[in-house]
Design a protein around this ligand. Sequence first.
Ligand code: NI
Length: 176
Amino acid sequence: MAIMEIVKHPAEVLRRKAEPVRKVNASIRRILTDMAETMYDARGVGLAGNQVGIAKRLVVIDTGDGLLQLINPEIVKRSGEIVEETEGCLSIPGWQGEVPRDRELQLKATLPNGRTAWFDASDLFARAIQHEIDHLDGVLFLDRATRVFEVTDDAGEAGDESAQAEPSEATAPKEA
Ligand code: NI
């Protein structure tokens, strides 16, 4: 396993449309494992292939209910109920925005074992999925935000390796 470098805005790969994965093999599973490790290391709730410089449709997500490794994720249904919440992005440190998103959706994805799975997602999970699939399409939260603002890091947050067990405070906007 290895921690990968998280690409920062305005890197070109963040604006690229990621390619579908045609074959799920050991190499894809290895990338997903490294992406998960990278996401946890950065205390994020999601990470897309583009964000580690790999323009393939790969996403890892953990919004508190365990790790999901998704290949070619696709939103198949949206609730149409739009909610606006504060969002951050591991590729855009120091900035957050108010972003309108569907509150609920249905997701289809291939799993690392090659099987297809369907998920019902709501709230933070649904938001993270929309944020990550946007990444795969070269879209950033900045493009969708009704308001963007600069934030200062909490004191002691950066480089504090001892507090890694807790992904983030319940009240803090989640980065993905
Ligand atoms: Ni992001």
